[in-house]
Design a protein around this ligand. Sequence first.
Ligand code: NAP
Ligand code: MG
Length: 472
Amino acid sequence: MKQFDRLYINGNWVKPNSADVMEVVNPATESPCARVPKGNREDVNTAVAAARRAFNAWADTPAKKRAELMRAVADEMQRRVADLVEAHVISMGCPRHLVAELHLDASIAGMHYYADRAAQMDEVDEKGSVILCKEPVGVCALINPWNYPLHQLMGKVAPALAAGCTIVSKPATQTPLQDFILAEIFEAVHLPAGVFNLVSGSGSVIGPMLSGHPLVDMVSFTGSTAAGIKVAEAAAPTVKRVCQELGGKSPYIITKDADLEAAVRYGVEDVMLNTGQTCNALTRMFVPRTYYEKAVIIAKKVAEEHRVGDPNDTNASMGPMASAAQKQTVIDYIEKGIAEGARLVTGGVDMPVGMDKGAYVRPTIFADVTNDMVIAREEIFGPVLCMIVYDDIEEAIQMANDTVYGLASGVYAKDKTSALTIARKIRAGQCYIQGSYFNKEAPFGGFKQSGNGREWGDQAMHEYMETKAIIY
Ligand code: NAP
Ligand code: MG
């Protein structure tokens, strides 16, 4: 059992204001695996005050020095890889042998990537009698989900530090451990007191306190659209900047002239990645009628190649869902899909063969899905793919865009040029063409109800900056 009984505030491990704790249940074993403090209003106030006090000095720290500290953090993360791996295995059930590739590598690289960008804060642009300067936005509250707990944290912490912002971080209740390890890392590299503060606690209780706090300048939130709306509402009276990275129901169009085997395989693998808990997963696959049944056979085969298993099993390609609650959500959607008349091609509500406990769900493929079914409209956040038939490409594009979300999309066509034409017509923040993957150079964020703002890429720096114009 991992135990943290203190919060990291103002460079110290401080006793929380109450004795309340939160227990993390390992989704594979169903047993408690960690305990962390349940922070309250006083803890939030102390952390925000510390971040506020630290802000001026950190913002004035030469960018070169901030970058050096960030590189030291990356090195220390590398040294703590075993602990970071363990955190992902026990709190969210990621197969141990996949943690580095899925959760750590890009996180550590992200620290270096934004260290490289700290210097741009010193750049001044003078045109005519206008001087444009960049300044950090201020104290940032960072609220993260449990599906990529370290990666999401890095996507916020790294550009915030590079820009000269100070931070109060609130991890998801299911996955607090990487935040505590990161606080230990910041302590080890002597990040100035108050630059990074950690308050674990219940999102519905301390989330609104952080989002509404008059001394917080910006909230960067990743999670569900429902909670994202609450964050924006709480932030409105103090006119904070709000960056929301929310849900998705991303479309994936396969064209008539695409390499069908490669295209379907890519699409199924994309949905199964991280046991289906990826916000930009391409969960609606649009397939031309001529090849539909062939595509269904390929999808079934690829899904059934997956091995769902214990996170310590080196042959497992998928672990449990991150929590029993998430498993129940997914099972409810699978039942809904069956009731709506979709064809269950593989998977379903039963436990995977050989498993008798844990939050496991079988990789599931639905065919004969129509774009108006609940399973095609709502985010399931599990290993469930919906295959939808189309006749002509305009119809596919129309259905692809017929969603309240706009986080990601995908196109697999004959070649890059034909894929590009379709990609330009999809209303989403990203489009993965010809079987491509997450790229930290690519700004990540949503159109429509998938959010506001961008993480990753150079653009993420801009979320944490204010522009000041000096006129003479
Ligand atoms: P969630 O319930 O919205 O939780 C996300 C975070 O928000 C958690 O830290 C949660 O704390 C906190 N929270 C809950 N209520 C809050 C409130 N009223 N004010 C402020 N914070 C609050 O989301 P989830 O179900 O855990 O995560 C899955 C969702 O995240 C999916 O919809 C997925 O698409 C989305 N997601 C989006 C991206 C992206 O980049 N766009 C990336 C990953 C995930 P507790 O854990 O303590 O409740
Ligand atoms: Mg929740």
